[in-house]
Design a protein around this ligand. Structure first.
Ligand code: TRP
Length: 337
């Protein structure tokens, strides 16, 4: 058997992001902040999943721009191509072949029970097969690098279970090859939308883009829902049900949190003033990100080179894993000659 051990003793991490273009605060808090932290400690691979994205109803003409803008966001939040490998899924076609190999062990019944599948399938008259197989491609994205850990948002927990299950089933049949990766989900869990919707999502327009200017940022925060029972300025608030307070906890200096809480519960500070403080915290976080993004927007050639170099690095590993998987499944017919 080929030696597929990693070049370093560091554990491997893989995660993926949809090419939605500019990332938003929910993506940042829910996953990307971890991606940045992990690059110092682990051997990290971060993939922009354009082949997953074509399942959506986006205009194909926009996809290349969305892919590049997503890469710009990743670089701007602090991913460093010297420390991690950033690439585009379609540049490493081996993922798709491994997906097919996995389709031979992935149980349809389990795929049909995925919550995201059920939610999305309900919107179609005729469900595309790719929607059902989405988690199988995701498993291939991860396992082709034999990753040990996958930093993702709460909404991906079930997909990670599926990945582990596919690894287990495949290994049981063809011999141990794929590790069962752990999902690394930050404490924040799901960051809820500024409008109170359960999800922060660009399409719901209830988030703040990581590259938003101050005016835009303030207008989003100003409109954010707080404790629905705090109607008048003098009503005491309940921080534990307030989304603005949750965001303070995630973004503001921990030293000011007790004061934010206290002043709310005693109605000494109104929601607008509380939001102004949050605004300052958010600006502190996103100002340096915007500055980097501005640079990359002027230097898209550099972004392109980073992605191409990332794909080359990723591909060399993907080819080795795939070749081993093919061998074990009897697809290397020349071995009989
Ligand atoms: N399904 C993930 C999402 O929508 C994106 C994704 C694709 C992914 N492949 C992955 C995440 C592999 C982690 C690992 O956010």
């Amino acid at each position: 058997m080929k030696d597929l051990s990693t070049s370093t003793s560091r554990k491997r991490v893989l995660s993926g992001i949809q090419p939605t273009g500019e990332v938003h605060l929910g993506n940042y808090l829910g996953a990307l902040r971890q991606w940045v932290h992990m690059q110092d400690e682990y051997e990290c691979f971060y993939v922009i999943v354009d082949q997953h994205a074509i399942l959506g109803d986006g205009d194909p003409a926009d996809l290349p721009t969305r892919t590049i803008d997503t890469a710009i966001s990743l670089l701007s939040v602090g991913l460093d191509p010297e420390k991690c490998t950033i690439f585009v899924q379609s540049d490493v076609p081996e993922h798709l072949e491994l997906q097919w190999l996995f389709n031979t062990v992935a149980p349809v019944g389990d795929l049909e029970r995925m919550t995201q599948y059920k939610d999305k399938a309900a919107k179609y008259d005729s469900i595309p097969a790719g929607l059902l197989n989405y988690p199988v491609l995701q498993a291939a994205d991860i396992l082709i690098y034999r990753a040990n850990a996958v930093p993702v948002g709460e909404d991906q927990r079930q997909h990670l279970e599926m990945t582990r299950d596919i690894a287990r089933k495949w290994n049981a049949r063809y011999g141990e090859l794929f590790p069962e990766p752990d999902a690394i989900i930050p404490e924040v869990g799901r960051v809820i939308g500024l409008d109170g919707d359960a999800k922060m999502s660009k399409s719901l327009k209830n988030t703040i883009g990581i590259l938003a200017d101050e005016e835009e940022t303030w207008s989003r925060i100003k409109g954010a829902v707080t404790d629905p029972k705090r109607i008048r300025r003098e009503d005491p608030g309940r921080p534990e049900v307030c989304n603005v307070y949750s965001l303070h906890k995630l973004l503001s200096n921990p030293a000011i949190i007790p004061d934010i809480k206290e002043q709310c519960m005693t109605a000494q500070r109104g929601c607008v003033d509380c939001k102004r403080i949050l605004f300052d915290s958010i600006i502190d976080v996103i100002a340096p990100i915007r500055k980097k993004a501005f640079y990359y927007q002027q230097h898209t050639d550099e972004v392109c080179d980073i992605l191409k170099a990332g794909a080359t690095r990723a591909r060399s590993i993907a080819i080795d894993t795939l070749s081993e998987a093919r061998d074990r499944m009897g697809l290397n017919w020349t071995s009989a000659l």
